[in-house]
Design a protein around this ligand. Structure first.
Ligand SMILES: [Zn+2]
Length: 314
């Protein structure tokens, strides 16, 4: 009984905190009355839903670019957005570790809730000790399969515009395959023996397979995993053995651990953070080698990562 009262008090305090900071979506979650209302969890999924939905869909993304999806706790605002949405998309494979159960429950009750990675053929999913590796977007070609799930979900929510969703999906798929070609060629600029990436957590296995990099993270496949002293020492030895020039922090993970490892191993830490589990800030335009891209998009995220790693290791 005592605990229940305490919990009610805590919830009340939280909701006061919410209203008093003038939360961005507290009054009106949705801006438009005539568009399909789609909620997406991670920034990569939200970007895809925006591209495929076009003008016919309003997208509310739950996680911002600094959010780590593994440890993300759903807020009251998120629940309100999900409850009022026509369709909900999440990444799946337990990327959204603390949200997946409730999203699965909604889907099993017949709500239009889709894990975009459900469309990826099983043989492409990397199996890890702790389960599946969720960081599938590291390979743009594997990520193309998730287009199918977004087209399916949007079409279920708005059958009248299904042909448009399909057409945009096809165009986006072609762009993603083009991106893979570009990244594969760019990766070749790093001599083969130097294609080794050390990062904050194990988020780059698919990226490494796609572009020929050996990868090692300080923490496991979830940034919620704590890196032990043994793991840190092993990583220091690995860095020394491979004579690495540089290792890489990530934008959605605290960089204290990776900096300590770099210090111990006597190696440089990239000043530029990689985007592991979230895109950059929308509208943050990069210009490099005569081309420009928005780091707040999935395509910009991959280009940023490839350019950062290639410039750091070559
Ligand atoms: Zn991760």
């Amino acid at each position: 009984m005592k605990l229940t009262k305490l919990m009610i008090a805590a919830v009340a305090a939280l909701s006061v905190a919410f209203t008093s900071c003038g939360g961005k979506k507290s009054t009106t979650i949705w801006q438009s009355d005539d568009k399909v209302r789609a909620v997406a969890t991670s920034t990569m999924v939200a970007d895809m839903v925006k591209v495929i939905g076009g003008d016919q869909v309003e997208v509310t993304g739950l996680m911002d670019p600094t959010v780590d999806p593994h440890g993300y706790d759903q807020t009251f605002e998120d629940t309100a957005a999900i409850n009022s949405a026509d369709v909900v998309f999440y990444s799946g494979l337990h990327l959204e570790g603390r949200m997946q159960d409730s999203l699965e429950k909604r889907a099993s009750k017949g709500e239009k809730v889709y894990a975009v990675t459900d469309a990826i053929p099983h043989e492409y999913i990397i199996q890890e000790e702790g389960g599946h590796d969720p960081h599938v977007w590291g390979d743009p070609e594997i990520w193309t399969y998730t287009v199918n799930e977004v087209v399916k979900g949007l079409s279920a929510a708005d059958a009248a515009n299904a042909a448009d969703f399909k057409a945009r999906g096809e165009a986006y798929r072609a762009e993603l395959l083009e991106l893979k070609k570009w990244a594969t060629a760019r990766a070749q600029e790093v001599p083969e023996g130097q294609r080794v990436m050390v990062t904050s957590h194990d988020a780059f296995a698919y990226f490494g397979n796609a572009f020929g990099f050996k990868v090692k993270g300080l923490q496991g496949i979830s940034s919620d995993d704590q890196a032990g002293l043994g793991a840190a020492n092993q990583l220091v030895s690995f860095i020394k053995e491979n004579k690495l020039k540089m290792i890489f922090p990530e934008s959605s993970v605290n960089d204290k651990g990776i900096k300590a490892v770099a210090n111990e191993a006597g190696v440089a830490v990239s000043e530029v953070h990689l985007f592991s589990d979230a895109c950059g800030t929308p509208g943050d335009i990069a210009e490099i080698n005569g081309e420009s891209y928005d780091k707040g998009t999935y395509i910009g995220m991959i280009k940023h990562n490839v350019n950062t790693v290639v410039e750091g290791l070559k």
